[in-house]
Structure formats: C-alpha cells, structure tokens
Design a protein. Structure first.
Ligand SMILES: Cc1cc2nc3c(=O)[nH]c(=O)nc-3n(C[C@H](O)[C@H](O)[C@H](O)COP(=O)(O)O)c2cc1C
Length: 308
C-alpha cells in the first residue's frame, strides 16, 4: 500500500506531521530553512515580542540525563525584524511557518496578532506559557483560565489567521485551561511548553549551572507527562492539539498521535541529536504506517478518550 506522511491540520496539508516548536532553532530565515530541509512539515518561529529582547546572560542552556534546562529569557529581534525573516523564508522556501508571539497583556497580544496577520505565516501561536521569565513577569498567563481566555479573545479579534494557544504543563488543571482557550476562539492548542522551572548545580563551583539559576525542563524526561496531558485534554476539547514534549523517536511521535495530537513537535531532540533525527523519525513513521496499513498519520487510531 502506498503510504504518505501528509497530514491535514486546520484545513491545510503538511508534508509531515512533525513540527519545529517555537524557539528551538532561533529565528533567522536560514535556521527556518534548515528545519524545513531537515523534514519538518511545519516550522515555528522564535516567540516574537513587540520590542527586541536581549534575553538572559549565559550560560542559558544545559544538558542533563533527562534532556535540557534552558533560560534563554525570550531573546528575539522583535516583531518587525522577525516578520522580515519569515517573509524571506516564505518567499524563498514556500513552506508553511507558524509565527509565535509573546506578550504579557491583552493589548500587546492584540497588536502583535494584527501585525503578524499581514505576514506570510499560516498560523499564529500565542506563547502564554514561558516559565523562564518569571523573575521579570511573574507566573505565566497559562496558569489562569481567565487570563488565557482574555489573551486568546484579544488576539483572535485582531488576527486574520488561525490562533493556536500554547499551554503550560504547570497549570493545575490543564483541560480547564484548554477549554478556556477553545471557548475564547483558539483554532487549536499546542502543549506542552517547558516544565518547571528546574535547577542544575555545578558541584565543582557550588553554583547553579545556568546564570539565571532556574530554567524550563524539556526533552525525554517530560515525555510521559506530555502524553498524559494531551490525552487528558483531547477528551475535553474539540479543537486539535499540536503535541510536544520529549518526543525523540518515530515510536514516540506515533505515541503522541495516539494520545490524541494531530501534529507532533520535536524540539530538544534536535538540540541533543542534530537535525538528522528528523530523517530517522519520518522514515520510522512511514515504516509504521506501512506495517500497520494506515495510509497516512491522520489514520492512526487514537487511544480511547477519557471523557470526564
Ligand atoms: C532552547 C529552547 C528555547 C525555547 N524557546 C521557546 C520560545 O521562544 N517560545 C515557546 O513557546 N517555547 C519555547 N521553547 C519550548 C519548546 O517550544 C517546547 O515547547 C518544549 O521544549 C517541549 O518540547 P521538546 O521536549 O521537544 O523540546 C523552547 C525550548 C527550548 C529547549
């Protein structure tokens, strides 16, 4: 049987179910092209704010047995420069890109969503869930259903593109937050952003490994949590989910699709293993489809839903 990796999501077709999550390969046109060439069906930009942000002083990324701890501090060139890179990418590569936006209040999300709508991006993602800037901005918006609803509602009002709300594993009741995003008009949700923050210690100098001390946790350690949260949410909401968190093999990507995700983010694995991980994963998903007689990832059966 001829199988295809083509995946339908929000009315569009993608060459693979694999998505480059926000922030993993930065923001330049070249890095987005690199990700596309590596085999991602959809690439996401670094989260862009209204003004450029320098981010935190290094070291800001460290590896540990379970993955990565990072506290980049949302460094980005600002919406104007970021959209220029996206424009260039779309013009040269003609592949779909999702623009990630970061703000701390409704007014700024409205303005960002309006500006991003005139770009070449196909979707807008709202980063409501970064745990690395708590010193500056306090608890992420994604912890509160009222704040999530307010930000999504504002962005949707000004957006001419489908809006995806990126949620946090730190929320006490994630399905309730996902439902609030849906009711406020989100076309989809993506989950999970990094967990924590957490801490790693350099025992030789008796100091935190990261200069900002704490950072968000991603990579293999968070996979079971991400799968469980996607599975839990899919029974509660009708909008589709981009599932991510610790996925680093074809089998884990299939697990994420079975848990209920429509597309699968692969972030830390690219940091830890290089972009060749994508070739291996796309080939492995194709093998799985052939073996199990599914024509495309859209036909992979979902695990029984938990209706609560
Ligand atoms: C170095 C690094 C930078 C990140 N930057 C962003 C960002 O700018 N915006 C965002 O929404 N998520 C950001 N994330 C979170 C990822 O998009 C993703 O949600 C998370 O890492 C879980 O997926 P993974 O385990 O496959 O990496 C970042 C993660 C890492 C490791």
């Amino acid at each position: 049987m001829a199988v295809s990796l083509c995946t339908r999501f929000l009315g569009r077709e993608f060459s693979s179910p694999l998505v480059l999550p926000a922030g993993i390969l930065g923001m330049s046109y070249g890095s987005l092209q690199f990700a596309h060439d590596a085999g991602f069906g959809l690439v996401t930009s670094k989260s862009l704010s209204l003004e450029p942000r320098k981010g935190h002083e290094g070291p800001v990324v460290a590896r540990f047995g379970g993955g990565i701890l990072n506290s980049l501090g949302l460094c980005n060139p600002g919406i104007d420069a970021g959209l220029k890179e996206i424009e260039e990418f779309s013009c040269m590569v003609k592949a779909p890109v999702m623009v990630s936006l970061f703000a701390t209040n409704r007014h700024d999300f409205e303005e960002l969503a309006g500006r991003a709508s005139d770009s070449a991006a196909v979707f807008i993602e709202l980063n409501l869930s970064c745990p690395n800037v708590m010193d500056e901005f306090g608890i992420p918006l994604a912890s509160s259903k009222e704040l999530v609803a307010d930000m999504v509602e504002g962005a949707v009002k000004y957006a001419k593109l489908p809006v995806v709300a990126k949620l946090s594993p730190n929320a006490l009741d994630l399905p309730v937050i996902a439902l609030a995003a849906q009711e406020a008009g989100a076309a989809a949700v993506s989950m999970i952003n990094t967990l924590g923050p957490g801490l790693l210690i350099d025992t030789a100098v008796r100091k935190p490994v990261l200069a900002p001390r704490y950072g968000g946790i991603s990579g293999p350690a968070v996979l079971p949590l991400a799968l469980k949260l996607v599975h839990e949410c899919v029974g509660r909401i009708k909008i589709p989910i981009i599932g991510m968190g610790g996925v680093s093999s074809a089998d884990e990507a299939v697990q994420m699709l079975m848990a209920g995700a429509s597309m699968v983010g692969v972030g830390s694995a690219v940091w830890l293993e290089g972009a060749q991980v994508l070739t291996r994963m796309n080939a492995g998903i194709r093998d799985y489809l052939e073996r199990e007689n599914f024509v495309s990832p859209d036909f992979i059966p979902k695990l029984e839903r938990k209706n609560v």
